[in-house]
Ligand binder design. Structure first.
Ligand SMILES: NC(=O)N[C@@H](O)C(=O)O
Length: 169
């Protein structure tokens, strides 16, 4: 079965079941200077070892998702460099279940604009992000350590329950 999912704007409330949002705060900066304002700390990422960074070039393609991965031991920072991207995510039901499959009923697809970022929560299912329109480059940062269920494998992808797929748009 294919599920149709609408693209959602990124807000802390909507993204809360999947992680944390980083965006320009509405409140006053914590420090300012000549021509600059700074807000800190606007978000936190739990880490006990150094972060490794990965860069993804994501090209225009069919907006269909059939599998996701997850990192049960680590949070993941993700932000686009240049263009809008769409990040599909699905809820983690049981972080201790090595046989869990992503539930298509919990999938949301968030638009992430340049200037915004997310911290994907531990165990939250996610596919590679998609280009919203034109090809885009995005960065992710994650602790450089093995995950509990071995998601450092070259092929960590897990199909949705019942072999379902998601089409977003
Ligand atoms: N988010 C993404 O595209 N990739 C990472 O989750 C990864 O572990 O490769």
């Amino acid at each position: 079965m294919q599920h149709q999912v609408q693209i959602e704007e990124l807000t802390p409330e909507a993204f809360a079941p999947y992680g944390k949002v980083i965006d320009l705060p509405a409140g006053a900066p914590s420090k300012s200077g000549d021509g600059w304002d700074c807000w800190s700390y606007i978000q936190m990422l739990d880490a006990s070892v150094p972060l490794g960074f990965g860069l993804v070039v994501t090209r225009r393609r069919e907006p269909v998702v059939d599998a996701m991965e997850r990192h049960v031991s680590r949070e993941e920072l993700l932000l686009t460099f240049d263009r809008e991207i769409i990040q599909p995510v699905a809820r983690c039901a049981d972080i201790d279940d090595p046989d869990e499959r992503p539930d298509p009923a919990t999938v949301k697809c968030f638009r992430i604009k340049p200037g915004q970022a997310v911290v994907i929560g531990r165990g939250v299912w996610h596919s590679p992000a998609y280009a919203a329109a034109d090809d885009a480059r995005y960065l992710f940062g994650i602790e450089k350590k093995p995950d509990k269920f071995g998601d450092e494998m070259v092929h960590p992808w897990v199909n949705f329950q019942s072999g379902d797929t998601i089409r977003f748009g």
